[in-house]
Design a protein around this ligand. Structure first.
Ligand code: GLN
Length: 539
């Protein structure tokens, strides 16, 4: 669309200030006014995508419907906007360079010296504009990862400078900084913000709006001071005060008038302030829930909340709509033993075994599944968690000695989870798993068919290994049913134990598609079961 508007969100002073949440909040507010909005994340690292990153590095890898392995901020975008993102919404320096170098090898620049400016910056600009032109968005919000002043982000800021010049009032920059509070002197300090804006100015970009993260309210004189030093009007100095839930940020940003200022600067009509009714009623439920449902999240990356971001958010959505607060207890599977398992899992209303790769902490996951199965505790296994449930059942019910996934034990006599033929010759690690959305047909009698209220679903995947159908009839005869099947390949996507109050394993990742206004049916049913079916877990 020729008149797509562009909002660039940069950050300064410190990392992790929440550019993703500010971007998603602004997008939400513009969407509520009827604009067609999307958000894009530009990541300044050299990995082609975050799929090859250990979750300890950047948190969870978020998967889009079209099978892109992306930054976890895209999860926020979808949770806030309720609109799917795609490969085009996340671009890394690695991908930019790969594209430019491929073009160079093809001869596209024949005779020319290929340089950061203009070739890399042109490729960045092409990727920014692609969303607007191809998908006809009214507003594209582009979040630049990293912090202004970093060597890595220089080409991105240069691309922003060029685009602001080319697009005039169709492009604005929001710069997010931190105003620290010094408890000893009882003062809020604006100097880091001034310096950060200077760094941005040195790179040729004048911010249009400043969003200041703060733990205390910013008095008008502080805003005026920042405005004076940073060449912005004081209405355009906006505070983003710490809140108890990220889902309050859109409401706070609306109170601060962020969306109005941006629309004015982009020369778009402002019209009436949207009520955000559904959003606010979610927040009311979130804040007013009194009863607590306790869920044990068993995984190996529990030291870092971000590793299971989408799962935790999906649990919050589902608990809120079930009028409960969720208390997610992160349980390090490496520490679980047959001696401590009962004590560690006591008092939990539901047990979720997380996705993952490799054998670290795998034995503990098996113990957690066995505990949930034998004690009738509602259980949800996601991806590796589902595979663990299959292996546990093979070992302890079918008595297949040392049954395993080929991922964990190459020589197992009972490979109940195995690599499919089309994965066997793959050697590259990046982008080669079963990725993205696949159809699944549900068994009408199953718990998930009741939860979804439909027979055909489509969910996102990210794994290499699959249930081995050679064992399917033995599993079904012993009581573990395959209740969801891929109609094209016959692959097992869901297993359930009909004799258990609620025991479900899903090969796909329902957490990626739970949003604030559309909690996911699998999590809704799991939480409902955890609330209603909780047995006395003390033994
Ligand atoms: N490691 C398993 C596989 O590749 C599961 C992956 C996951 O849990 N995302 O199949």
């Amino acid at each position: 669309m020729p008149d797509t508007r562009y909002v660039f969100v940069t950050g300064g002073v410190a990392s992790s200030l929440g550019k993703g949440i500010i971007s998603a909040s602004l997008a939400k507010l513009l969407q509520a006014r009827g604009y067609k909005v999307t958000i894009q994340k530009l990541d300044p690292y050299l990995n082609v995508d975050p799929g090859t990153l250990n979750p300890y590095e950047h948190g969870e890898c978020y998967v889009t419907e079209d099978g892109a392995e992306t930054d976890l901020d895209l999860g926020h975008y979808e949770r806030f906007l309720n609109v799917p993102t795609s490969q085009a919404n996340n671009v890394t320096t690695g991908r930019i360079y790969q594209n430019v170098i491929n073009k160079e090898r093809r001869g596209d620049f024949l005779g020319k010296t290929v340089q950061i400016i203009p070739h890399i910056t042109d490729e960045i600009k092409r990727n920014i504009k692609l969303l607007g032109s191809k998908h006809r968005f009214d507003v594209v919000i582009t979040e630049i990862g990293g912090t202004v002043g970093d060597i890595e982000s220089l080409p991105y800021i240069e691309a922003v400078r060029q685009l602001k010049w080319e697009l005039g009032s169709r492009a604005v920059n929001i710069h997010l900084t931190l105003v620290p509070y010094l408890a000893a002197s009882g003062e809020l300090k604006t100097k880091p913000t001034q310096h950060s804006v200077k760094a941005l100015l040195e790179e040729g970009v004048q911010p249009d709006v400043l969003v200041l993260r703060t733990e205390k309210d910013l008095a008008p004189d502080i805003r005026k001071k920042v405005a004076l030093f940073c060449n912005v009007d004081s209405r355009s100095v906006i505070q983003s005060i710490d809140v108890s839930s990220i889902y309050e940020v859109p409401v706070k940003m609306q109170e601060e008038g962020l969306d109005e200022i941006i629309l004015e600067k982009l020369k778009l009509p402002v019209d009436q302030k949207p009520e955000l009714k559904d959003w606010k009623s979610f927040l009311d439920k979130l804040h007013n829930a009194k009863k607590v449902v306790k869920i044990g999240l068993v995984g190996k990356y529990v030291e870092l909340n971000d590793a299971y971001k989408s799962i935790i958010e999906a649990l919050i959505h589902a608990a809120t709509y079930n009028d409960h607060k969720v208390d997610v207890q992160l349980i390090q599977s490496e520490t679980l033993t047959s001696e401590n398992i009962a004590d560690t899992l006591t008092g939990l209303h539901g047990i979720l075994v997380a996705p993952g790769f490799g054998h670290r902490g795998f034995d503990g996951k098996l113990l957690a599944v066995q505990h949930a199965r034998e004690n009738n505790i509602p259980f949800l296994g996601i991806c590796l968690g589902m595979q663990t449930a299959v292996i546990e059942f093979a070992r302890n019910v079918l008595k297949y000695e040392k049954a395993n996934s080929k991922e964990m034990d190459h020589t197992t006599a009972y490979p109940v989870i195995d690599l499919m033929e089309d994965q066997k010759n793959i050697t590259d690690k990046g982008g080669t798993m079963r990725l993205g959305a696949y159809d699944c047909k549900l068994n009408k009698e199953s718990k998930l068919s009741a939860a979804y209220g439909q027979d055909c679903i489509r969910e996102r995947h990210r794994h290499r290994y699959e249930f081995n159908n050679e064992y399917l009839s033995a599993f079904e005869a012993a009581g573990m049913k395959a209740t969801g099947i891929n109609p094209d390949t016959g692959l097992v996507e869901i297993v359930e134990l009909p004799d258990h109050p609620w025991f479900v394993g899903v090969q796909f990742h329902p957490e990626y598609s739970s949003t604030v206004l559309k909690p996911h049916p699998v999590f809704m049913a799991f939480i409902k079961a955890a609330i209603n079916e909780t047995p006395n877990t003390k033994q």
